[in-house]
Design a protein around this ligand. Structure first.
Ligand code: ZN
Ligand code: ZN
Length: 443
């Protein structure tokens, strides 16, 4: 397909997006006001499904509890590209649009991703008939790795197997016939149209710690008790004492919250619980740090005579983006984003379960502008819907046109030259091994 034709297809797609820009903004605002946490995104999922059905795309839903997908088939054989948007939110009671009961709030900007997904679909439906291959638009559940105990309950009930959405979708085979995956994520503190050139992130494993002591009257007979909270305080201090040993280049982050600190102030606490992440830029460093962190948490229990139960849980793999996909996205952002707003935020210390996808196939997740304030904080907010939704949506659909035009030559080239770090089976085996990892540490 000649250059002229490709330009025309992109122009047609962008015009279609412009025509529905207000509707897309309304969609994002609506989802933003009705945030839902992972695996419980029923309303969000239904709204997304409704919009996709309106584009006359065949839709499937209900996998991994709330997943939705719509298929665009260009009608000629070729690779299948997945475009993702995450359905879930974080919890932030102080955010202006937070759900007053659950605290769910889109302080990570996932509602924006859904707008970008829909903008891309709107553009592709208008201009994709002369392409080759397929594009699947996936609303994916539960990117945020939160409320671990609640998710473990879902697991016990047999509703999920993994804690996170994309791992669950890979396990369920939703990516089996997908050749490459693309999505964006909002960047912190970037109110204008922007593109972060960073292509890597930390991975992590999850950890729950439970200190079991013995109850007693806190004043009359503390000598009869074993104080689990004191054990936790010492365990936390021991972990903090390890921090000087973390190497800068490994980007180690260890952080935790106490999810249960005791029952009554006049009882010696006998059950204290923590959730923790151990993050780093590579799997070997994650595992090596995990062993030391578990040892340090246990030291707290040993000192007090409390029992320490550590449970390791599969987390997320480091993001290892496919440079060729990123380059296509950058190139197609150039007409839309001021030159000075392309930046390189460097290796991301946070994590994303796109990391998991990136281990098994070509994947990209550039961070884009339109939101101000720090993500995961009450101040995060969309300041410019055009920058947040329309600009990345246009860049995404133009990148798809580049990939799938000329009988999908570019997409075929990416598929044939890509060497995955792990096969799907290897990935699932590795992820599952973390369920048993605590035993391995004890051995
Ligand atoms: Zn987040
Ligand atoms: Zn996020």
């Amino acid at each position: 397909m000649e250059e002229e034709k490709i330009r025309e297809l992109k122009a047609r797609a962008w015009k279609a997006i412009d025509r529905r820009a207000e509707e897309l903004e309304r969609f994002v605002r609506d989802v933003g006001k009705h945030a839902e946490v992972g695996f419980f995104e029923t309303r969000t999922s239904a709204r997304l499904e409704e919009f996709l059905k309106g584009l006359r795309l065949p839709v499937q839903s209900g996998f991994a509890l709330t997943g939705v997908e719509a298929l665009f088939d260009a009608g000629k054989p070729g690779p299948k590209v997945a475009v993702l948007g995450e359905l879930d939110s974080v919890v932030c009671f102080d955010a202006p649009d937070a759900d007053p009961v659950t605290g769910a709030a889109h302080q990570c900007g996932h509602h924006v991703q859904l707008g970008v997904l829909l903008a891309t679909a709107v553009g592709l439906v208008e201009s994709g008939q002369e392409l080759a291959g397929k594009v699947v638009f996936m609303g994916v559940p539960a990117e945020e790795y939160i409320q671990i105990e609640r998710r473990l309950k879902l697991k016990e009930e047999g509703k999920i197997h993994f804690i996170g959405g994309k791992a669950e979708l890979i396990r369920l085979g939703r990516f089996d016939d997908v050749d490459m995956t693309m999505m964006i994520h909002a960047a912190s503190n970037r109110p204008e149209a922007s593109v972060d050139r960073s292509q890597t992130s930390n991975g992590f494993v999850g950890l729950t710690v439970r200190y079991i002591g013995r109850q007693a009257h806190a004043a009359a007979s503390p000598d009869q008790g074993v104080n689990a909270l004191n054990a936790a305080v010492l365990g936390i201090s021991a972990v903090n004492a390890l921090r000087e040993t973390f190497r800068d280049e490994d980007h180690v982050r260890v952080h935790f919250i106490i999810t249960k600190g005791g029952d009554l102030v006049n009882c010696v606490p006998d059950d204290v619980r923590l959730e923790a992440y151990v993050r780093a830029s590579s799997v070997p460093v994650i595992e090596e740090t995990l062993a030391r962190v578990v040892r340090a948490f246990k030291a707290g229990g040993d000192a007090i005579g409390a029992k320490t139960e550590c449970r390791v849980l599969p987390g997320m793999f480091p993001l290892s983006g496919c440079p060729e996909l990123y380059e296509l996205f950058y190139k197609n952002s150039e007409p839309l984003v001021p030159k000075e707003n392309f930046f390189n935020g460097g290796h991301m210390s946070g994590s994303t379960d796109m990391g998991d996808v990136s281990q098994i196939m070509p994947a990209m997740q550039p961070s884009t502008g339109g939101m101000d304030g720090a993500l995961h904080a009450a101040e995060a907010r969309v300041t410019d819907y055009n920058a947040a939704v329309i600009v990345p949506g246009k860049a995404m659909v133009a990148a798809l046109i580049d990939l799938l035009s000329d009988d999908a030559a570019r997409a075929r080239h990416i598929v044939s030259s890509f060497k995955p770090n792990l096969t799907r089976d290897e990935y699932l085996k590795k992820l599952n091994s973390y369920f048993e990892y605590a035993h391995k540490l004890e051995a």
